[in-house]
Write a protein that binds this ligand. Structure first.
Ligand SMILES: *[C@@H]1O[C@H](CO)[C@@H](O)[C@H](O)[C@H]1NC(C)=O
Ligand SMILES: *[C@@H]1O[C@H](CO)[C@@H](O)[C@H](O)[C@H]1NC(C)=O
Ligand SMILES: *[C@@H]1O[C@H](CO)[C@@H](O)[C@H](O)[C@H]1NC(C)=O
Length: 375
C-alpha cells in the first residue's frame, strides 16, 4: 500500500482499470506528442472521469453529503466560538476566515473537486443559497464526534437527523439520494473528550470499540436513507499531530498514540467488511487517511514528483504563549501566535489540522481509492 502510493496513481489500480487508464494515457500521449507531465495529472484525471461519465452505466454521484468534524467542516461552526472564523484561518483560500479549519481548502473541497461538483454548502447557510443545494450539503461540525464531545455542537447522529429532516420536508427526494455520495470523517474528537474527561489508558480499547460500533450504526443509517456510496475516513496517525509532537520539538510521532489509531482502524475495517457484506455493491468505501498521512509525512516527494514538506511535523501557525492557540488575541488585540511565511510548504496548519497543501498531498495519494466510488 505504502510503496504503491509513491508511484503515479495509474500504476496502482486493479488490472481492469489499468487497461482503461492505459488506453486513455496512450491516447493523450499520441495527441500531445510528448510525455505526460506530472502537472497534467489533474487534466488527465478529469478526462478519464468524463470518459466514464459518458460510457459507463454505473454510479455517477452529483451530490455530496458530508458528516463529521473539522476535517470536513467548511463553515458550520458558529463564528462566535470557532477558531475557523478567525484570522489567519482561510488566508490562502478564500483569502479571509470562512469557517474552514485550515489556511485554505479541506478534504471536502478535494472530494467535491474529484466528483466535478461545487463544494457543498454548509448546512447552516442552506437558506441563503437554495440554488446550491443541488450539489448536496455539508453537515460536519468541527470538534464533534460520534458521541457528544462537550463542544455543544451536533454529534453525528444529530447531523444525520438534519438530512432526514430535509427529506421529510421534501428538500431532497429519494432519487436525489440515489445519485449522491456521502463523506464521513471521524478524526478523534471522541478520544480527546475521553482523555480530557479523565478516561484511563486501560479503558481506552473498550472505548475505541464503543466509538467504532457507533460509527457502524451511523454509517448504516446513512446508507439506509438511500445514499448509494459512503466514503469513510480511517483515523489519521494521531500521535503525529503537532499537539502531540511538540514535546519532541516536532521531531517524533508518539507511537503509542499511533497504535491507538491502528486499533481504531482495525475495528473499522471489520465494520466496513461486514457492512459491505450486506449490500449489493460495495457501498462503503474506505479513505485511508492513516496510510495517506504516513506516506506524505515520511516521503520527501509527492506523487507528482515535487519535493515538499521539509519539516513535515511542524505546524505553520503556532501559539506564542501557553493557553493560546492559532488565532488567539490578547486583551489589547495583539496576536498570540505566529504564522510561517510559506503555508504551501508546510503539511500542518495548526496543532491538529493540515494546510491546504497538506490536504492536497493527501488527496493525491487517495485518488485511487476515490476512484472506487464509480464502480
Ligand atoms: C447525540 O446528540 C443527541 C442530542 O443531544 C443525544 O440525544 C444523543 O444521545 C447523542 N447521540 C449519541 C450517540 O451520543
Ligand atoms: C505518548 O502518549 C502517551 C499517551 O498519551 C503518553 O502517556 C506518553 O507519555 C507519550 N509519550 C511521549 C514520548 O511523549
Ligand atoms: C457475510 O454474510 C453471510 C450471509 O449473510 C454470512 O454468512 C457471513 O458470515 C458474512 N461474512 C462476514 C465477513 O461478515
Amino acid at each position: 500500500m505504502r510503496a504503491q502510493i509513491l508511484f503515479p496513481i495509474y500504476f496502482s489500480l486493479s488490472s481492469m482499470d489499468l487497461l482503461s487508464y492505459t488506453f486513455v494515457l496512450v491516447f493523450l500521449f499520441l495527441i500531445a506528442g510528448e510525455s505526460v507531465r506530472a502537472d497534467e495529472h489533474d487534466q488527465i484525471q478529469s478526462t478519464i472521469k468524463l470518459n466514464r461519465r459518458h460510457t459507463s452505466a454505473g454510479f455517477r454521484p452529483t451530490k455530496l453529503f458530508v458528516f463529521g468534524d473539522s476535517y470536513s467542516d467548511t463553515g458550520n461552526n458558529p463564528r462566535s466560538v470557532a477558531s475557523s472564523w478567525k484570522t489567519p484561518y482561510g488566508v490562502t483560500f478564500p483569502g479571509k476566515p470562512a469557517g474552514r479549519y485550515s489556511d485554505g481548502r479541506v478534504l471536502t473541497d478535494y472530494v467535491a473537486r474529484f466528483m466535478g461538483v461545487k463544494s457543498p454548502l454548509p448546512y447552516k447557510f442552506r437558506k441563503y443559497a437554495p440554488h446550491k443545494l443541488r450539489f448536496g450539503l455539508n453537515f460536519a461540525y468541527g470538534g464533534t464526534g460520534v458521541f457528544d464531545t462537550g463542544n455543544l455542537q451536533p454529534n453525528m447522529t444529530t447531523q444525520i437527523g438534519f438530512l432526514q429532516g430535509l427529506i421529510k420536508d421534501k428538500v431532497y427526494t429519494k432519487r436525489d439520494l440515489k445519485s449522491s455520495l456521502a463523506l464521513v470523517t471521524v478524526s478523534g474528537n471522541d478520544y480527546s473528550a475521553y482523555v480530557s474527561s479523565g478516561g484511563s489508558n486501560q479503558g481506552l480499547p473498550s472505548f475505541i470499540s464503543l466509538v467504532v460500533n457507533q460509527m457502524s450504526i451511523n454509517l448504516k443509517q446513512i446508507h439506509d436513507m438511500g445514499v448509494r456510496r459512503v466514503l469513510v475516513t480511517t483515523l489519521q496517525p494521531i500521535g503525529c499531530l503537532p499537539g502531540q509532537t511538540i514535546v519532541s520539538s516536532y521531531q517524533q510521532c508518539n507511537e503509542s498514540q499511533n497504535a491507538a489509531s491502528s486499533f481504531h482502524n482495525q475495528l473499522l475495517q471489520q465494520v466496513m467488511t461486514s457492512l459491505n457484506n450486506n449490500t449489493k455493491h460495495s457501498s462503503f468505501v474506505t479513505l485511508d487517511l492513516f496510510s495517506s498521512f504516513n506516506t506524505v509525512l515520511t516521503s520527501k516527494r509527492d506523487v507528482t514528483g515535487n519535493s515538499r514538506f521539509d519539516t513535515p511535523l511542524k505546524p505553520c501557525c503556532v501559539a506564542t504563549s501557553s493557553g493560546a492557540s492559532c488565532g488567539s488575541l490578547d486583551g489589547n488585540g495583539k496576536e498570540l501566535y505566529t504564522v510561517c511565511s510559506e503555508p504551501e510548504s508546510m503539511f500542518f496548519w495548526d496543532t491538529v489540522h493540515p494546510t491546504q497543501a497538506g490536504w492536497r498531498a493527501v488527496y493525491l495519494s487517495l485518488r485511487s481509492s476515490l476512484d472506487q466510488i464509480y464502480y
